[in-house]
Ligand binder design. Structure first.
Ligand SMILES: [Zn+2]
Length: 1013
């Protein structure tokens, strides 16, 4: 790696071959030596022969047809990315089908095993470990040696033995205990080695026989993997003797750590069928873990890190009894107003498990601290004895790392495998007839022109553009040219880069050329007759272009790709949109996009997809390019520049956020947890490398993740468990940083305590993620059944503990009282609903959102918030930036709440509806909507006028406040009662009965029936 940090073009030999593409795909073991990996794909990148194909430099935008005859190039092995690795398995193949369990692997390659990783030698691993630990200077000269694949362990796997064992063997045989002595020691030369409890390294991500038997489809008890003591199904019927009633209950409750209050509110039994208004009038907050005041104060914000159970069951058997999903919901890179940033020569981490020091470690004395995840005793390095904040010595426990559960470290070169990459942005734009017709180019180019100076980056930032229809067009923007040059490559079967060095250019050096291009682009294809779309070949070219550096590719697509690699055919039968039975084609039609994404991920490139389409475009296939490369997916159905102004406006606002928000490059994320717990299935857009390391070519502040947990070993010896997320990334300014969040939760031993600590929103979001996987790997109806069973099983299990109280009633602890409502909401959500006309792409997009949104946004999508807004008052209002924001109470999602005399706002996350009743007061209509009466309100209205009235001010203030709380701007629809558009609004009234689905009350009866069966 001879390239200096500022060089936009690291030498070709500095490229890191992708783990799952290129070198690995060709079956070649990546050598640890200095020789470049056999990565023939990339050879064409630096092909000098092409340089003589220069287009004329006269016309404003010169079109040059480059015939791609292969004779002019160095031999290229294949048109497509080389045959895939065996590890690129389809999710279903990975699945160990076990009844209705729906924790499986869609995006988790952890167990897919014969990965090319096995070809990377252990030497590499060690080298990486050394490098990361930053011991001797000799081993930190990483730039001298090529580092294939080493991003894997860069963040610091710890469990080094486990990493290599998982690499060499897919089987879940327990890895030997890592020898602490072999682990790199940051600063402690002769630490007293404390004998470690055994079973440090467990098989990750493989066969979870005891996983949540609650998600069984059939009423037959599981035959394997269930603890004998576990009342597998409908406990109180099969095993009445195990629950003697009152005694059992009181003993369970007695175990509560809240001794002073024998029954906290969260445990109050609620008779669901009798409590008609289950929805609270104020927003539901995350439950606060039951910790002592000091720990509570230090704990991680639930906005960043939440667990479905804030009381962790002591054993898997106890978890099985509760029949609740256990997992974490993460929003690791969210925008923060306050973030302690720590610059320190030594980042203090556990020598054994590589946990970052955090508020929940214990100091044995001034010189030693005990890891809260693996319990190893570590030395406090000398530097840590000084506190830069207080400028005092000898108070290691007061360092900011130990005072904040969310911190960011500026990482040293030890955390780099190559100089931090510059911010690189490539735009790949559909310019077919369809695209030109939709008119998105104008909005995009305008938005780019406005935000060009706000793109995150530094003086090294690079940018490039490609357009495509049936051919691929490159743009030479090299500084010094008088105009941008367009280079057309018509050979889409064997894509090559015409002038590799001048396509991604320095933003500042070529700014005028870039602006010229952005001004010209919207009109360049106005008269095109080209209807075809060679998206696949364009993506292959983008991959080649980005490979030397990595970065972000933004793809704008408006139709089904119809030419070249990755072409797709329509799979949607419009007559099946309302089907109540089988919903097909939720998975990809081809693995082309997934393979491409894996190649991109290996080269630190994420692909974001903007699908703007009025017709079926097979999002299920296209989305793979983003899912596996850690990209984002945006979908604008029925997009048209003029015919659909609200979509156009939404695109404009979304782009502003998209282009200017924070971005992290070449990132990896690892989640660690207290010994005894283990993670298996991960959810989100990323690629799982080496068991538990999430590879994120890009990370953005709007990305959410989820992970399922199981309890592998009894937690009887501890009263607290911790989870730690470490996100190592390169900032747009070229700094290597590590953002660390640590969450601490109590361990409990009684079922009542488990129920008392349920975070019902986290649970429902985790279930939604699991159900998406299930829909794709099995079927939609299986997923729906599993969701219903989640309610049936958990309420049944709870009911069995209180069966003596009200045997016939459907009871839930207060903590779970919203669970059935939320599940019903999921069943009526676009992703999972049946019997209601749903376009396939709409459904698939809803699934993509579920998998990648953070909890707070996902909840609004699942269960919208309804407010009455024609009578807003200042009562209970809050003050935000000198603005008074009314806080109307939440209304339940039922038509019974909609009086014709009122106006109601529904917040569905990405869409707002204002429904105006026929009898709505004319004062409101005039003061807020600006029309004299109901009849004069237009059918299509998407804005509230700025009127100088108190009610207008209140309504706008409230809506603005809601809007400001989310990254992407929601569309507003004002819906008159009686207008055809009201169906859209009414479909969100999930407590009501529809032709195709239960009302809330009917659903409760159904659940009750199932329990009593
Ligand atoms: Zn540790």
């Amino acid at each position: 790696m001879s390239a200096p940090a500022g060089s936009p073009h690291p030498a070709a030999s500095a490229r890191i071959p992708p783990k799952f593409g290129g070198a690995a795909a060709s079956g070649a073991a990546a050598p640890a030596g200095p020789a470049p990996a056999p990565h023939q794909q990339n050879d064409s990148l630096s092909c000098p022969v092409m340089q003589n194909v220069q287009p004329p430099k006269s016309s404003p935008v010169v079109s040059t047809i480059l015939s791609g005859s292969s004779s002019t190039r160095t031999p290229s092995t294949a048109n497509h990315p080389v045959e895939p690795v065996t590890s690129v398995t389809q999710p279903s193949e990975l699945l160990q089908q076990k009844g209705m369990q729906y924790g499986e692997y869609v995006n988790n390659q952890a167990s897919s095993a014969p990965t090319p990783l096995s070809s990377t030698s252990d030497d590499e691993e060690e080298e990486e470990e050394d490098e990361e630990a930053g011991v001797d200077s000799s081993s930190t000269t990483s730039s001298a040696s090529p580092m294939p694949n080493s991003y894997d362990a860069l963040e610091g796997g710890s469990y080094p033995d486990m990493l290599s064992s998982s690499a060499s063997s897919p089987a879940p045989d327990p890895a030997p205990e890592p020898d602490p002595a072999s682990a790199p020691a940051p600063a402690s030369a002769a630490a007293p080695v404390i004998p470690q409890p055994s079973k440090m390294a467990k098989p990750f991500g493989y066969g979870y026989p005891t996983l949540q038997p609650g998600y069984q489809n059939t009423t037959a008890p599981l035959t394997s993997g269930v603890q004998p003591s576990n009342p597998v199904y409908s406990g109180f019927q099969q095993y009445p003797q195990q629950y003697p009633g009152v005694n059992q209950l009181s003993s369970s409750l007695g175990g509560l750590s809240l001794q002073s209050s024998p029954q906290p509110e969260s445990l109050r039994p609620v008779n669901l069928t009798q409590e008609r208004n289950i929805l609270p009038m104020t927003p539901v907050w995350a439950p606060v873990p039951n910790l002592n005041a000091d720990l509570k104060k230090l704990n991680c914000s639930p906005d960043s890190f939440r667990c479905t159970l804030t009381n962790i069951p002591q054993t898997q058997a106890l978890l099985n009894k509760a029949k609740l999903p256990l997992g974490l919901l993460l929003h690791p890179f969210r925008d923060l107003t306050q973030l302690p940033v720590i610059t320190s020569n030594t980042i203090v981490r556990c020598r054994s498990c590589r946990t970052y020091i955090n508020p929940f470690v214990s100091f044995i004395d001034q010189r030693r601290w005990k890891c809260n995840l693996c319990y190893r005793v570590n030395d406090v390095p000398e530097e840590f004895m000084y506190n830069p904040l207080t400028r005092s010595y000898g108070e290691p426990h007061k360092r900011p790392e130990v005072q904040n559960s969310t911190v960011e470290f500026i990482a040293s070169s030890d955390y780099m495998l190559r100089p931090p990459q510059p911010a690189v942005y490539l735009f790949v734009l559909d310019v077919s007839h369809n695209a030109v017709e939709a008119g998105y180019l104008t909005i995009l180019c305008q938005s780019l022109l406005e935000n060009l100076d706000k793109l995150p980056g530094d003086s090294r930032t690079r940018i490039g553009f490609m357009t495509f229809d049936s051919t691929i067009h490159f743009y030479n923007l090299q500084e010094g040219l008088s105009q941008p040059q367009m280079l057309i490559v018509s050979d889409i079967d064997d894509v090559f880069l015409p002038t590799p060095d001048s396509l991604l250019v320095n933003l500042y050096e070529s700014k005028e050329l870039i602006k010229d291009l952005l001004n010209a682009l919207p009109n360049m294809f106005t008269n095109t007759r080209e209807t075809h779309s060679a998206l696949g070949p364009a993506l292959q070219a983008a991959f080649k272009l980005m490979s030397p550096t990595g970065g972000r590719v933004s793809v704008f697509q408006t139709q089904l790709p119809s030419l070249g690699a990755g072409l797709l055919q329509s799979r949607e039968d419009p007559n099946q949109r309302s089907s109540t039975k089988v919903v097909q084609h939720l998975g990809p039609a081809t693995d082309f996009y997934k393979k491409l994404a894996l190649d991109c991920s290996g080269q630190q490139t994420a692909v974001d997809l903007f699908l703007l389409s009025s017709q079926y475009s097979d999002l299920a296939s296209l989305a793979c390019m983003s899912k596996y490369s850690a990209g984002c997916i945006y979908y604008y159905p029925s997009f048209h520049y003029t015919h659909n102004p609200s979509q156009a406006e939404k695109l404009q606002k979304d782009l502003k956020r998209y282009l200017t928000r924070k971005i992290g490059f070449e990132a990896v994320m690892r989640i660690r947890c207290t010994k005894g717990l283990s993670m298996h299935t991960f959810h989100g857009n990323f690629f799982v490398r080496s068991t538990d390391l999430l590879s994120l070519a890009n990370i953005n502040p709007d990305a959410g993740f989820a992970v399922q947990l199981s309890i592998e070993e009894s937690l009887t010896d501890t009263s607290l468990v911790c989870f730690q997320t470490a996100l190592l990334y390169t900032s747009s300014k070229g700094e290597r940083r590590i953002r660390v969040h640590t969450l601490c939760l109590p361990v409990v031993s009684s079922l009542a305590d488990v129920y008392a600590g349920v975070d019902v929103q986290a649970a429902i979001c985790l279930l939604a993620n699991m159900a998406v996987d299930r829909s794709i790997s099995s079927s939609l109806s299986d997923a729906r059944d599993a969701l219903v069973n989640a309610v049936v099983d958990s309420l049944s299990a709870y009911g069995s503990t209180v069966s003596n109280l009200q045997h016939s009633a459907l009871m839930a602890p207060s903590s779970l009282k919203l669970f059935p409502l939320y599940v019903l909401a999921l069943l009526k959500q676009k992703a999972f609903r049946t019997g209601t006309s749903t376009r396939l792409d709409d459904r698939v997009y809803a699934m993509c959102q579920i998998k990648s949104q953070p909890l707070v946004h996902l909840m609004r999508m699942i269960h919208p918030n309804l407010y009455r807004i024609d009578r807003l008052t200042d009562e209970g209002a809050i003050h935000v930036n000198d603005r008074v924001v009314p806080q109307p109470p939440l209304q339940k999602l039922s038509a019974e709440k909609l009086t014709r005399e009122g106006a109601f706002l529904m917040d569905c996350g990405s869409v707002f509806y204002i429904w105006v009743g026929k009898g709505c007061d004319n004062n409101f209509i005039e003061d807020v909507l600006g029309y004299p009466n109901f009849a004069s309100i237009p059918q299509k209205m998407t804005h509230l006028p700025e009127l100088d009235t108190l009610s207008s001010e209140r309504a706008r203030s409230f809506i603005t406040w809601l809007r400001d709380s989310r990254p992407l701007s929601p569309i507003l629809h004002i819906v008159k009662d009686e207008s055809p558009a009201k169906a859209e609004f009414f479909q969100h009234l999930i407590e009501d009965r529809t032709e195709a689905a239960f009302s809330y009350y009917e659903f409760l009866l159904h659940v009750q029936q199932q329990i009593c069966k």
